[in-house]
Design a protein around this ligand. Structure first.
Ligand code: PLP
Length: 386
């Protein structure tokens, strides 16, 4: 027996199922890597954001183990209540230096960082300007801030300029993915900075998919953006960095402001210090990671060459580790994903609301952990099933 409130929820689930929009969480065992144990079978996976293959790297595991012995598991309380662990502090210092900004703050996740930064920089008298394809966490941050929320067509800076010129808001904040998470294309950082300067706006760039990969690992900031006080930079640390968390880098006073006002920072338990110790090692690996990046870029070139002659499906225009194959209809994207799965390959079908209606796609992600043979196997399978 279900009461009416539960029945409405059950109708919602049934509707999602009927539209091929129901989401599942495959059950995994074992290590993160190119091959994954999923629901009892071993699959060659093209779905993780572990672009450099650091998530199970022995040096990171050793750093975590040493820190575990030195400080235990839990942080105890929030940073402002029971203190910032030295590992947190040392990571923030190393991260700021690495990305070329004066100061940094470590959040427990990118989602929390985006809520925290946007609500700290924008309020009821502000206006937030956002690319239409921004990550969900940036949209949620803008909505939570209570600011006027204005979206511009993907990468349409002429439209953004008109919106900025028309704005009467006291504070303006431009927010963009630096590498777009479902498309793999890159925002024009200097052109966005030009607009921010001309209209006295902050520019917040979410480099979840560029940090570790672009710019010798330092991410997608340009020299001008690194030097600019109005650019606020976010790297998430569960992707190429292979661990968890997110770091915001900016002017020291902006970081000080976040410590005072960013509620998802203030009102949450600090992440386990052992993760910060692990992140310090991850930064070292990223800094010394030219070989990993070269391997990743070789795989990207191999995939693009191999799929250039695919009869159907459109490989989107991307130079990054995110290589989406546009399919269109939800059911067709699912069919292709399932046919790949039957061949032992795991590539996720991404459907609305994560992407716009009618643009369901296979989101292929590549990693330095993939071998040439792995990518060859994917290319061959796609030619057989698309
Ligand atoms: C993954 C992602 C986030 C969220 O980061 P988490 O650390 O996973 O919470 C934020 N922004 C973008 C663009 C992302 O891809």
């Amino acid at each position: 027996m279900s009461h009416p409130a539960l029945a409405r929820l059950q109708q919602g689930l049934a509707a999602a199922r009927a539209e091929h929009l129901e989401r599942h969480r495959p059950l995994r065992d074992g290590m993160q890597g190119a091959a994954l144990e999923v629901d009892g079978e071993t699959l060659l996976a093209f779905c993780s954001n572990d672009y450099l293959g650091l998530a199970a790297d022995p040096a990171l595991v050793a750093a975590a183990r040493a820190a575990l012995d030195a400080c235990g598991v839990g942080a105890g309380a929030a940073h402002l209540v029971s203190g910032q662990h030295r590992y947190h502090h040392d990571f923030e210092t190393a991260f700021a230096r690495f990305v070329g900004k004066p100061a940094a703050l470590l959040f427990s996740s990118g989602y929390q960082a985006n809520l925290g930064v946007i609500t700290a920089l924008a309020g009821r008298r502000s206006e937030v300007f956002a690319d239409r394809l921004n990550h969900a966490s940036l949209i949620d941050g803008a909505q939570l801030s209570g600011a006027a929320f204005t979206r511009y067509r993907h990468l349409d800076l002429a439209q953004l300029e008109g919106q900025l010129a028309a704005s009467k808001a006291a504070d303006k904040l431009i927010v963009s993915d630096l590498v777009f998470s479902m498309d793999g294309d890159i925002a024009p950082v200097d052109a966005l900075l030009d607009l921010a300067e001309r209209h006295d706006a902050w520019l917040y760039l979410d480099d979840a998919h560029g940090f570790g990969v672009l710019g010798n690992g330092r991410g997608g900031l340009t020299d001008r953006a690194r030097a600019s006080d109005r650019v606020v930079y976010l790297a998430t640390l569960g992707k190429a960095a292979g661990v968890a968390g997110a770091a915001v880098a900016a002017h020291a006073d902006l970081i000080a402001w976040l410590v005072q006002t960013a509620r998802p920072y203030v009102y949450t338990t600090a992440s386990p210090p052992l993760l910060a110790a692990c992140l310090i090692e991850s930064l070292r690996q990223i800094e010394a990671g030219d070989e990993r990046r070269a391997r990743l870029h070789a795989r990207i070139a191999q995939l693009r060459a191999g799929l250039a002659t695919l009869p159907r499906g459109t490989l989107m225009d991307s130079t990054t580790a995110i290589q989406p194959l546009l399919i269109g209809a939800n059911a067709e994207a699912l069919r292709v994903a399932q046919a790949l799965r039957a061949r032992g390959l795991w590539v996720p079908a991404i459907r609305p609301p994560t992407v716009p209606t009618g643009t369901a796609r296979l989101r292929i992600t590549l990693s330095a952990a993939h071998s040439e043979a792995d990518v060859a196997r994917l290319v061959e399978a796609l030619h057989a099933v698309v």
